[in-house]
Design a protein around this ligand. Structure first.
Ligand code: FAD
Ligand code: AMP
Length: 479
């Protein structure tokens, strides 16, 4: 550790570690401070995403999907399997191994790029000075030319459901169950609630998801959300909309949950309760009173479009600033800030941030929804194509869902792409690229796609915008 750096980054999640690596690549002396400790008590890099978020959840989603396929899906395609059993400790061990490999990978990337990893807490003082406290409590003052704040977010806790050691848990706890609970309650039908609910439902738990809103996935395209809700209910998820949890009482090894519905109070007894009601920016201990950095009214660090805070040469990126709490959004911000410090002029295109829900089928989208365009009175046209008419999806026994493309009525510029179906997370990438290049639906329609691929559904939906999809009967435009 030196006492003077070009750049000090606080937080080594996807926003902070990407910023640190890019700064070092650009020739700046860089340190990255992170205080996270792994389950073994040792310092870990990678933040929420690698340790308690994207990666462990996807490891369990993938394993549980394979288990569900072996149980129910294989027979449909002519594969008989005997009794399929689940080994939760082994599943968790594999998940932990994947996490360890990736967090160790960040350590290697720091070393390879010359970033100093400082394990402990960072606090921003005035004038780009940073107070670093290591895990033994030793305090060192460090000076930097520039500081990038990337402290991330933590789960929201609500008063009716205080967390307990192992009965009422947040998303982190829900990634660590040592056996399959018989009954699981999930509060919140957002992305995290649906993903974690799906994991335990596939592994055999009876899962009830309680959601205060009357609408399912209001941020997704209405049609896609409707189809997804039906599909998830068919898979056995009991999703109760318009139900606000008001109390949870632990009684022995179970939890009694009380919730309000339009018809009055109801209750439910579960063996585990997962609280998945959102995340909040984490700024505890981050700022000295005279740091010069301000918070907005919702507790996020206030930044402009270029992620600059109100303090000179101090930036903030990732979950701690406005915008969707997504790893890739933070990474892009981190890289943008590093490049701006080096004098380059990149921008983050906030109109092209893809969102994915890793249920099965997956839900993925980028850009505007149809309801957004309706409410802003923008004229648009739509092309949609069902996977039920896509050869590859049928061959793979995964023909549920559809692709929908929304384009400007006049210019044909693509405004939004919505996919509910197999590998939607991968397919949405082509929509993001098209939109980054300002493509029209016609551009996508004129592009050649390999056959047979799931991506052909994107091609056909693009052709459908102009009413000439080949593999479905096009609707006549309204006269
Ligand atoms: P974080 O990853 O939260 O990292 C911040 C780091 O800073 C942490 O290690 C923290 O300990 C450290 N820190 C904070 N304050 C200090 C301080 N003062 N000093 C030193 N260190 C400090 N996003 C996706 O895009 N795709 C997904 O599939 C996805 N799945 C998710 C699943 C779950 C269960 C959860 C919980 C989240 C998921 N997310 C997903 C969200 C994603 O994890 C976050 O958007 C992402 O991690 C945010 O990155 P970040 O770098 O801003 O912060
Ligand atoms: P997200 O912010 O996308 O992770 O979603 C969290 C969800 O939790 C939101 O849809 C909220 O409406 C929901 N929620 C928050 N508090 C409660 C509550 N007390 N009972 C039921 N649902 C809740």
């Amino acid at each position: 550790m030196k006492d003077n750096y070009d750049v000090i980054v606080i937080g080594a999640g996807p926003a902070g570690y990407a910023a640190a690596i890019r700064c070092a690549q650009l020739g700046m002396e860089t340190a990255c401070i992170d205080k996270s400790l792994g389950t073994d008590g040792k310092p870990v890099l990678g933040g929420t995403c690698l340790n308690w978020g994207c990666i462990p959840s996807k490891a369990l989603l993938d394993a549980s999907h394979k288990f569900a396929e072996a149980q129910h899906g294989f027979a449909d395609i002519g594969i008989k399997v005997g009794k399929v059993a689940i080994d939760v400790p082994k599943m968790m061990e594999r998940k932990d191994k994947v996490v360890a490999g990736l967090t160790g990978g960040i350590k290697g990337l720091f070393k390879g790029n010359g970033v100093d990893a400082l394990y402990g807490s960072g606090k921003l003082l005035s004038g780009c000075e940073v107070e670093f406290t290591d895990h033994d409590g030793k305090v060192t003052k460090l000076q930097a030319e520039h500081v990038i704040l990337a402290p991330g977010s933590v789960p929201v806790e609500i008063p009716p459901t205080p967390l307990t050691d192992d009965l009422i848990v947040d998303s982190t706890g829900a990634l660590e169950f040592s056996s399959v609970p018989k009954r699981v309650g999930v509060i919140g039908a957002g992305v995290i609630g649906l993903e974690l609910g799906s994991v335990w439902n596939r592994l055999g738990s009876e899962v009830v998801i309680l959601e205060a809103l009357d609408e399912f996935l209001p941020m997704a395209d209405e049609r896609i959300a409707r189809d997804a809700l039906k599909s998830m209910e068919k898979q056995g998820l009991d999703i109760r909309l318009g139900t606000r949890v008001t109390a949870a009482e632990v009684s022995g090894k179970t939890v009694n949950v009380t919730y309000q519905t339009k018809d009055g109070d109801e209750s439910l007894t579960v063996d585990k309760l997962i609280v998945a009601v959102g995340r909040r920016p984490f700024t505890e201990g981050l700022l000295a009173p005279d740091s010069g950095v301000n918070l907005d009214e919702r507790g996020y660090l206030y930044v402009n479009d270029l992620c600059a805070t109100d303090a000179s040469n101090v930036y903030a990126v990732g979950d701690v600033v406005r915008g969707p709490m997504l790893a890739h959004k933070g990474t892009e911000e981190g890289v943008m800030v590093a490049e701006r410090i080096a004098g380059h002029k990149p921008l983050v295109n906030y109109d092209c941030v893809p969102s994915v829900i890793y249920t099965h089928p997956e839900i993925a989208w980028v850009g505007k929804t149809e309801q957004e365009l309706k409410s802003s009175n923008d004229a648009y046209k739509v092309g949609a194509f069902p996977f039920a008419a896509n050869g590859r999806a049928l061959a793979g026994n995964e023909a549920e869902g559809s692709v929908k493309i929304i384009a400007d009525a006049e210019t044909d510029r693509i405004l939004g792409v919505h996919v509910f179906g197999p590998q939607a997370s991968e397919m949405v990438a082509q929509a993001v690229i098209a939109m980054e290049f300002d493509a029209s639906a016609e551009d996508l329609g004129l592009t050649m796609f390999a056959h047979p691929t799931l991506s052909e559904a994107v091609h056909e939906a693009a052709l459908g915008v102009a009413g000439h999809a080949i593999h479905m009967v096009n609707r006549k435009p309204k006269k």
